[in-house]
Design a protein. Sequence first.
Lengths: 237, 237
Amino acid sequence: MKASDKVKHRTDMISSALRSAILERVLMPGMKLPEDSLGERFGVSRTLIRQSLERLAAEGLVELRRNKGAMVAKPSLEEARDLFELRTQIEDLVISRVIKNMSPELLAELEAHLAKEVAAEHASEPISIRLATEFHILLAKLSGSPVLLRYVEEIGYRCGLTLSLYARPHSTDCGIQEHRQIIEALKTGDEETARKLMRHHLTAVADRALFTTEEGGPLLYLDALEPYAKKVRDGGA
Amino acid sequence: MKASDKVKHRTDMISSALRSAILERVLMPGMKLPEDSLGERFGVSRTLIRQSLERLAAEGLVELRRNKGAMVAKPSLEEARDLFELRTQIEDLVISRVIKNMSPELLAELEAHLAKEVAAEHASEPISIRLATEFHILLAKLSGSPVLLRYVEEIGYRCGLTLSLYARPHSTDCGIQEHRQIIEALKTGDEETARKLMRHHLTAVADRALFTTEEGGPLLYLDALEPYAKKVRDGGA
DNA sequence: GTATAATTGATTGCATGCAATTTCGCCACA
DNA sequence: TGTGGCGAAATTGCATGCAATCAATTATAC
């Protein structure tokens, strides 16, 4: 019975695929996302596409305008600043909760993740960005608060999207070294230091996002989506 | 053109109606929400009902289980505690932002709202609960951060739902007096006091929610929804 | 009499169809 | 050359239909 509850809806797969595509800069901000083109690609009807788009809209990754369809969100600089500021404050909450819950098992999880990051250090950029994001999400998971986890996820994703608009392509968005230091501080239970490190870590990322880039028209160029769609069509996770 | 953007979808109206019904304890936690009964009541097809339910599920007010339909969420005590704890921390962020933005206009808005609360002091319980919730939401609005606003809304709603499960029916959930004191502290720019007051205010509410009530089966009793549905059918906001 | 299997009824998952709205190309006209 | 309007194509908003799944109840065996 629980197994059947765990069955993922196709909607989940599609929104995950689209989310990945957005975060990996395959779908750039401003691109149009017509329901039936997407439906064709993913091999499903507009119904499911629409659901996925609505979900992503709730996360702030796509904008949905009445009778005008969906497009990848294009956060303004102001929104971006708000987002990054909130992020540091929210992750502050994460830190203090993780410290409260600290345990050897928990530490092991963190270090396992760090190891993955190190292993992928010279892999492709999208992968290392994803891993870096997942470090923050892992921390949120370990905070023990489902709601906090959701917020960190959402803000993290949106910050990632923002970076694809305002940051130059190949900045190492999250230093592995910094992650290591944070884990170190958590290990010794030094909340103050951990917070400071995290704050520094995040503002460093934010500060790199100060470039105002010129406007580009809303393009429609979904071919790059193909690999993501294929996975869903083939029933992948 | 902007006007057309502001047109509310019927989905918005329906989810608002359902949200109100839940928060005003017309739909109690655990009640089943079948798509077609609701569709009939609201005079729309299952399509729109489904969208609304999904939106409410994203907010945590409704639980959605595969092939089993929707029901009003029934947060566990543990989830409730998490929610209330997070709420105090999130509203801390609100306070410090509002203090930064403080201005006479802003103060006027707050006092106008307080006046409304006073005026409705002896009105029906649902109304005063709603106004009390809206005080917190107004503060979040004045914080200037759209994302923070969304989070405060969501957490506020979910706390309201929780109270309908665990608190005794007629506790004055938010003291008007306490709201007044908070405004006072904000006026003088005393962040420390404002925070302390808010924290005290919120934990007072949370502590009233310590009663474990016995289990009730998932009922289906939608007749009480009628007034909410009527408004939507008639095209009201 | 209890337990298990099979059938029926209710409810959701998803696709499709039609009407309404928007967008875009085209042509007239200043 | 640039601008305004008009019609066709594209796209969304919503309802409905059918298949799949789940819940409940009856039937059957032990």
